[in-house]
Design a protein around this ligand. Structure first.
Ligand code: ATP
Ligand code: MG
Length: 149
């Protein structure tokens, strides 16, 4: 098992519904560490970079409109197998299909408004977090409980 960093965003619907704490709490409860965190409004340019792989797909414009529609919370999450661990915590893209116990499974029904985004590989995570964070905004610190996780 390997320590990785991944990129997480609470989308505008998650922020508007008061789910910031719920999402971050599930990340922390799992044993993952928040290495960087901020609330921002995503520019169209940054949103198009984040979702560049989806350019040209039928849902692209709606997705960009949504993620730029209000404040979001962006985070860098660190831990062993963090990429896969966070993807498992968030659940299936279609919230109505996502398993109960996952964030999308517990809190949503929509596809575009599916509360959170998380990178799906370590390489993608590195690219995505660099859109939103400078190196000096990402912290290296240890927690006393780490050897138990
Ligand atoms: N068929 C669709 N209809 C509407 N929106 C969609 C559809 N497919 C994907 N999306 C939106 O585009 C986002 C990116 O799609 P992707 O296939 O990367 O899903 P994901 O990796 O589960 O989600 P994310 O990248 O946001 O973590 C989805 O989270 C969702 O908001
Ligand atoms: Mg994705």
């Amino acid at each position: 098992m390997k320590v990785e960093r991944t990129f997480l965003m609470v989308k505008p619907d998650g922020v508007a519904r008061g789910l910031i704490g719920e999402v971050l709490s599930r990340i922390e409860r799992k044993g993952l560490k928040i290495a960087a965190l901020k609330m921002i409004r995503v520019s169209r340019d940054a949103a198009e970079k984040l979702y560049a792989v989806h350019r040209g797909k039928p849902f692209f414009e709606k997705l960009i409109d949504h993620v730029t529609s209000g404040p979001v919370v962006v985070a860098v999450v660190e831990g062993r197998n963090a990429v896969e661990a966070v993807r498992t915590l968030i659940g299936d893209t279609c919230s109505y299909k996502a398993k109960p116990g996952s964030i999308r499974g517990d809190f949503g029904l929509d596809v575009t408004m599916n509360i959170v985004h998380a990178a799906d590989s370590e390489a993608v995570a590195g690219r995505e977090l660099s859109i939103f964070f400078n190196d000096d905004e990402i912290f290296n610190y240890s927690r006393g409980c780490e050897r138990w996780i």
